[in-house]
Design a protein around this ligand. Structure first.
Ligand code: SF4
Ligand code: SF4
Length: 335
């Protein structure tokens, strides 16, 4: 076996990623939740709208990847229909991002080739996970995850790292291996939603903390045969900064019709597009795509706008680290 190596996953032309929030409701109330009903409403898209919008965003000339999100997407009674409809249209991959509760018998309504099931868990045991995600959540999520694996579904697990659970991250690879999970997404706590509203910048990791822990755990998981994806976060000296808003095709769709290009903009009415009468309409005025054109030495413009206090500079005013696009990922594959 060769040594696992981290590879930056460059933005790929010809690829279109559609992040479809089909509702904002959820059965949980995680402390770091980024869902913002003030901005995105409390509606659920109807079955017909789901079909119309899946058609609207499908581009036959591209590789179309679809991620169903909420709130909790399995609360939507037509999720299984949406998955099958998307597959029939030609979407290359469909993923369901769930908190693990798997409502509406989704495991029985789908077959393994239909979709990848992604589970969110923020700790290797209830003592770490449940204070963040809710009492009893670890038990339900891990039981359903193992049931999905048992039925033959491809599964992944998302662990959102913050100061609260960083020291437990190293316990995850062995657990994932024992559960049969194929992919491990290590996510960084966001600058959006509840933590942003509460000003909880102290939950975020410093570059030193992130770099000292995350790549090592990723390597450990890859050695166990698990594919690991984690955000780049800090660019190396020789790496070129790229804003996905300029070079990639990502659509973050909300049930009230807002469509963003950048997830960091979602707490604000900066969406480049809106859907009106099932058509994509470009917004005028100050919208996110105007911000993408600003070249700044710190890298990501939205990061600078949302948390300027977290950036550090040398005595000459040069940033110590450039922040990469939050959509730029690294991959650590089994060697
Ligand atoms: S499961 Fe997701 S949508 Fe639900 S509260 Fe937690 S973070 Fe928010
Ligand atoms: S996270 Fe930053 S770099 Fe990435 S799309 Fe948004 S503004 Fe651009």
């Amino acid at each position: 076996m060769t040594k696992p190596v981290a590879k930056t996953l460059a933005f790929r032309p010809g690829e279109r990623n559609i992040f479809f929030h089909i509702l904002t409701a959820c059965n949980l109330a995680c402390s770091h939740c980024y869902i913002n009903p003030t901005q995105h409403g409390r509606e659920m898209v109807s079955r017909q709208t789901m079909e119309e919008w899946l058609r609207l965003f499908f581009d036959p000339a591209k590789e179309n990847n679809l991620i169903f999100l909420g709130g909790e997407p399995t609360l939507h009674p037509d999720l299984a229909h949406g998955v099958k409809f998307a597959r029939a249209l030609g979407y290359a991959s469909v993923t369901i991002d769930s908190n693990g509760f798997l409502f509406h018998d989704i495991l029985q309504q789908l077959t393994p080739p239909d979709a990848v099931l992604s589970f969110s868990l923020d700790g290797p045991d209830p003592a770490v996970n449940d204070p963040i995600r809710g009492s009893g959540v670890f038990a339900v999520c891990t039981a359903n995850l193992q049931q999905a694996v048992h039925l033959g579904f491809r599964t992944s697990l998302i662990y959102t790292v913050s100061r609260r659970n960083l020291s437990h991250l190293h316990r995850m690879p062995a657990l994932l291996k024992s559960w049969g999970v194929q992919r491990f997404f290590i996510q960084v706590i966001g600058l959006r939603g509840k933590p942003a509203a509460r000003g909880e910048a102290d939950l975020q990791l410093t570059p030193e903390e992130w770099l000292a822990t995350v790549p090592a755990v990723a390597r450990q998981a890859a050695k166990l045969g698990i594919e690991v994806i984690f955000p780049k976060v800090f660019l190396e000296e020789d790496e070129v900064f790229q804003c996905a808003g300029r070079v990639a095709e990502n659509f973050f769709i909300f049930p009230n019709g807002r469509v963003y290009q950048c997830p960091l903009c979602e707490d604000h009415p900066l969406n480049t597009w809106r859907i009106e009468d099932n058509q994509l309409v470009k917004n005028q005025g100050l919208v996110e795509e105007k911000l993408f054109t600003l070249d700044i030495p710190e890298g990501c413009v939205m990061n600078k706008l949302l948390q300027p206090g977290n950036l550090r500079y040398d005595p000459d005013g040069r940033p110590l680290h450039r922040i990469s696009c939050c959509l730029l990922k690294q991959e650590m594959r089994p060697g």
